[in-house]
Design a protein around this ligand. Structure first.
Ligand SMILES: *Cc1c(COP(=O)(O)O)cnc(C)c1O
Length: 230
């Protein structure tokens, strides 16, 4: 079955709007990142025709042909997967954002390799908010220090934090993880107001309401827009 991407996008936008209203937040305070991994340039083209501009990709080799195919249409590309050090040069060249910064070494390489002809690369530090041994992200207690180092790199623009909490059964439990993330974010912002951090990237297809209730400013939604991944 072919997903009706325009209708799905409209439903997701509606969910975001209702969640903002329930949280007493202005609609428009949450950006929608469409996660297009495993879907082709044709699907992204349909989403673009429906007004969606920002896209998230997890794998460099999969993303490059899509980025080339859609270059004339002006999408904004976010790299949201783990960054391997042998991929930093291409990621720094082809993406507008990198959301999975968890090591200073990777951040330094991205900064050194960001072409001078492009604006600074927007980045988020990824936090392992549920403390899972298997998951990406820096420990919450080390996030502020990494933010401070990343903010000092000349060709990066630190925008905020990103997290993928462990799956939970209850919406209430999802909120607890997102609350811890927001408290961490608020603490870092208060410690360094000069950094002007504006992005809390949190919430996916299943739990975007919980994330918005706890202050997310960017939800990353794949399945609810493009359909199930194989
Ligand atoms: C795949 C992915 C998403 C989208 O997940 P859905 O449940 O399909 O909405 C969001 N964030 C990251 C980092 C992902 O890898």
């Amino acid at each position: 079955m072919v997903a009706d991407i325009a209708a799905n996008l409209a439903r997701v936008r509606r969910r975001i709007e209702l969640a903002c209203r329930a949280a007493g937040r202005p609609s428009g305070s949450v950006q929608l990142l469409a996660v297009s991994k495993t879907f082709g340039a044709d699907a992204i083209g349909q989403a673009m025709a429906a007004g969606q501009r920002e896209y998230g990709e997890n794998y460099l080799q999969e993303a490059l042909p899509k980025i080339a195919a859609l270059a004339d249409h002006g999408p904004v590309w976010h790299f949201i997967g783990p960054v391997q050090s042998n991929k930093t040069a291409q990621i720094a060249r082809h993406f507008d954002w990198v959301q999975g910064i968890e090591r200073e070494k990777i951040a330094r390489r991205l900064s050194e390799q960001r072409p001078e002809s492009l604006p600074p690369l927007n980045v988020c530090v990824q936090v392992n908010i549920s403390g899972e041994a298997s998951k990406s992200g820096i420990a919450p207690g080390e996030a502020a220090e990494l933010c401070r180092s990343v903010a000092g790199l000349p060709r990066l623009k630190l925008r905020g934090l990103m997290a993928i909490p462990a799956p939970v059964k209850e919406a209430r439990d999802a909120r607890a993880a997102y609350r811890r993330l927001r408290e961490l974010f608020d603490g870092i912002r208060q410690a360094w107001p000069g950094l002007q951090l504006d992005t809390l990237s949190a919430g996916m297809s299943n739990d975007l309401e919980a994330a918005i209730a706890e202050g997310s400013t960017m939800v990353r939604v794949g399945t609810a827009i493009f359909g199930r991944r194989d």
